[in-house]
Design a binder for this molecule. Structure first.
Ligand SMILES: Nc1nc2c(ncn2[C@@H]2O[C@H](COP(=O)(O)OP(=O)(O)O)[C@@H](O)[C@H]2O)c(=O)[nH]1
Ligand SMILES: [Mg+2]
Length: 363
């Protein structure tokens, strides 16, 4: 294998199959911008929202809330790739869930919290509901479906630029059987729907949940997101603060960093590789007041996939590292030395033991 000869790539002692790539902290030349997936940081609302709260009280739940305060869990469900995570990120004002043009990017339930003076909305971003072909797929669909009965409001996200698919119809049936909470349909991707298809698609989606409220939106451009939020807020029950006002997600920094590495790998690889990628943080050391050292392993299912992720003369892993590091530095607001390695775990998505090791366990 010619990549053994690569500068900066070495074998580790414990696993001969490991590739090692020594990351850099300087800015990289690579500028593979993907307009589609750019995080649209339209406002600092997330921070502003926390204003007005007694900082001393943060962390000492339950915090007293004003009379008439409303809060609740909003399950964001839909088939893969319709824009659920993009929508949740837009409402939280920060990237809490990674986004990609490839289906099944979101693998677990992820909470995104938006707190305003009189409301707190806990968005439950979920994996896309689809016909699963692996144990991982079953786990993902289960995570999405079980969020339905617990929700205070259900946001059914659909892609209005495309007609309903079997998965959308299946979700309509699930809602009819299981949803106790009000359902709102977010007809997303309004920015790319062809005018001649709009009415037909619109009607076809509304027929899937005839009782539901609805709004035509673009999560990516921000169109009508305020109106959709008003619909959601109006249906929240009176309730407590579930999270401190400045908390935006339930994930740890480490989990988010692993996801940012996975996002970069998803963006830069094709075909079956994205589905086979998992990322684990192996080491995390605060090297100095300004610099954090992070060692992450990218797992794939086959040697051939490893070759793709490493790339010719390490070019691909270098791009993945550069993109991930930019995002991680923005998240952590400090300099990061990111070291990546690629490992093979045969068929990990079908193997219950491996799945448990990656933290995909039934609750
Ligand atoms: N044109 C357009 N693309 C969108 C919109 N919302 C999301 N996307 C894109 O659709 C793809 C899937 O988005 P994602 O949020 O990961 O979907 P999820 O699988 O439902 O969570 C990504 O490439 C997004 O950039 C939108 O409103 N308009
Ligand atoms: Mg998603």
């Amino acid at each position: 294998m010619d990549d053994k000869t690569l500068k900066g790539i070495s074998q580790t002692d414990d696993e001969a199959e490991d590739e090692h790539w020594v990351g850099e902290t300087e800015a990289d030349e690579w500028d593979g911008e993907d307009e589609d997936d750019e995080w649209d940081d339209e406002s600092d609302e997330g921070e502003d929202d926390a204003e007005g709260w007694d900082e001393a009280a943060v962390g000492l739940l339950p915090i007293e809330v004003p009379q008439g305060f409303r809060s609740g869990y909003v399950a964001v469900i839909g088939r893969p790739n319709v824009g659920k995570s993009t929508l949740v990120n837009a409402y939280v004002g920060q990237k809490v869930a990674i986004v990609s043009p490839k289906p099944q990017t979101t693998r677990r339930r992820i909470l995104g919290v938006r707190t305003e003076p009189m409301t707190q909305i806990v968005f439950v971003d979920t994996p896309g509901i689809h016909q699963p072909h692996t144990r991982l797929g079953e786990f993902m669909v289960e995570a999405a479906v079980t969020s339905i009965p617990d929700a205070d409001v259900i946001l059914f996200v659909v892609d209005v630029s495309d007609r309903p698919r079997d998965d959308d119809r299946h979700i309509g049936q699930l809602l009819a059987q299981q949803a106790k909470a009000p359902v709102i349909i977010a007809l997303n991707k309004a920015d790319v729907v062809k005018p001649q298809h709009l009415q037909q698609n619109f009607d076809a989606y509304l027929a899937l949940a005839p009782e539901a409220d609805y709004m035509l939106v673009s999560a990516q451009r921000g169109d009508n997101l305020d109106k959709l939020l008003d619909l959601v807020s109006a249906r929240l029950p009176e309730g407590p603060l579930y999270f401190p006002p400045d908390q935006v997600t339930d994930q740890s920094e480490q989990a988010m960093v692993a996801e940012l590495v996975r996002e970069a790998a998803l963006h830069l690889t094709e075909a079956e590789v994205p589905h086979s990628v998992a990322v684990a943080i192996e080491e995390w050391v605060e090297r100095s007041a300004r610099l954090t050292y992070i060692d992450a392993a990218i797992y794939v299912e086959r040697q051939s996939q490893k070759a793709i992720v490493v790339g010719k003369r390490g070019a691909m892993i270098k791009q993945i590292g550069a993109q991930a590091r930019r995002e991680i530095e923005a998240l952590l607001e400090r300099q990061v030395f990111l070291e990546l390695r690629v490992k093979v775990r045969e068929e990990w998505r079908r193997n219950p033991t491996q799945l448990r090791r990656f933290g995909f366990t039934e609750e």
